[in-house]
Design a protein around this ligand. Structure first.
Ligand code: DHB
Length: 390
């Protein structure tokens, strides 16, 4: 997306990617786009297929111990969410990039970033067994949580905030028509489950499990039995069953690296921050980072001013921390904790009742879930200055 926004601004870029093209296009990941992400894609000319094939949802449901309760996102916020696979977004962006003829290299290896403090940082890598070096003005570290950019920053120049959760999600993709037009987040005595979808023929489902859950212990029949138990509601609703085509386990983590910049290298997306998946914020945060970075770079090349680039980290982090708090909260609201503390269990139940009954509480959930506009200012100028100084 950054490559595309830079192209639109007439700025040259080279994109390098470890993986093969088919891998990044086919690997199923998240699927909920905020309105701001959708608008950015449409306005920058990469939203045609999204508009045709995306599934627009005006609400979500929370199944509270068997009772399905709907939260009307559109009525509460005037905004809605769009279900469109992250890998479909990647597919559209790869196609847009290819159409520009600008460089995009897959299957590179041995990537290193050097001279980050200088005015000409460099990226070294191997491509088709040939060593390569790119000398550039700036590096965007969009290489994910396990990438090399963040670890290339000296330890005393970056601060890490982290929380690891004692559970994970077992996710499946099934060839089954979604039995509900909207998502269902469920809290059941056995733990959390989520009903989602990818198209009118494909259902996407998740189960709370151990962070290191052994998939070999989960034959398809056991997965369905558990999904039907946790998602089924008193009104008779349950997901449709069908052949499982993919399954995997993901751990859950909250993580922020500050600042999101070192010299001439800017971190964006998962390279700088990870949220647990419950609030569906990961891809949307990456899009918001990239929008800010593209604006900062466009301003720099137009006027020579580094003002927006200098604010990049602080501006991004305001949205990041809002999403961190929301994702942590959604996670703690909906998951079973094995501490065995009955007080915590009843307190969580009280919160579920509040959030599915009080219009004020529902509005708070809804405005965070649909996401704030991409250019939203989370703090006034005064508190921004404080943050920049601190
Ligand atoms: C999906 C993933 C999420 O993390 C979420 O909160 C909702 C939906 C999905 O993959 O469809």
């Amino acid at each position: 997306m950054l490559g595309h926004l830079l192209h639109m601004a007439g700025i040259d870029s080279v994109i390098i990617e470890n993986r093969a093209k088919d891998y990044v296009i086919e690997r199923v990941r998240a699927g909920v786009l905020e309105q701001g992400t959708v608008d950015l894609m449409i306005e920058s000319g990469v939203g045609d297929r999204l508009q045709r094939e995306g599934l627009f949802h005006d609400g979500v449901s929370i199944n509270v111990y068997g009772q399905r309760r709907r939260i009307d996102l559109a009525a509460l916020t005037g905004r809605r969410i769009t279900v469109y696979g992250q890998n479909e977004v990647v597919k559209d962006l790869v196609a847009a990039r290819m159409a520009t003829g600008r460089p995009l290299h897959f299957e590179v290896a041995d990537v290193a970033v050097v001279d980050l403090e200088s005015n000409q940082p460099k990226i070294r890598f191997t491509h088709n067994d040939e060593p390569q070096e790119i000398r550039c003005d700036f590096i965007a570290g969009c290489d994910g949580f396990h990438g090399i950019c963040r670890p290339s920053i000296p330890e005393d120049c970056i601060r890490i905030y982290e929380r690891v959760y004692p559970f994970g999600w077992l996710g499946i993709l099934a060839n089954a028509a979604p039995s509900s037009p909207e998502l269902v987040y469920s809290r059941h005595p056995n733990g959390f489950a989520l009903f989602s979808m990818r198209s009118n023929a494909v259902t996407r489902l998740y189960l709370q499990c151990a962070p290191d859950e052994d998939l070999s212990q989960w034959p398809d029949d056991r997965i369905w039995e558990e999904l039907l138990t946790r998602l089924g509601s008193d009104d008779g609703w349950k997901p449709n069953v069908g052949p499982i085509t993919q399954k995997g386990v993901t751990g859950m983590r909250s993580f922020v690296a500050e600042p999101m910049r070192y010299g001439r290298m800017f971190l964006a997306g998962d390279a700088a921050h990870i949220v647990p998946p419950t609030g569906a914020k990961g891809l949307n945060l990456a899009m918001a980072d990239i929008w800010r970075l593209s604006r900062g770079l466009a301003e720099y090349y137009q006027s020579g001013s580094e003002a927006l680039l200098d604010r990049y980290s602080a501006d991004c982090l305001q949205r990041v921390w809002r999403a961190q708090q929301f994702s942590w909260w959604m996670t703690s609201l909906l998951h079973r904790s094995d501490t065995g503390n009955l007080f915590d269990c009843r307190r969580q139940r009280a919160e579920l009742e509040y959030v599915t009954n009080s219009p004020s509480a529902m509005t708070s959930l809804a405005e965070n879930y649909v996401g704030f506009p991409i250019a939203h200012e989370f703090a006034g100028e005064a508190s921004l200055q404080m943050m920049l100084r601190s």
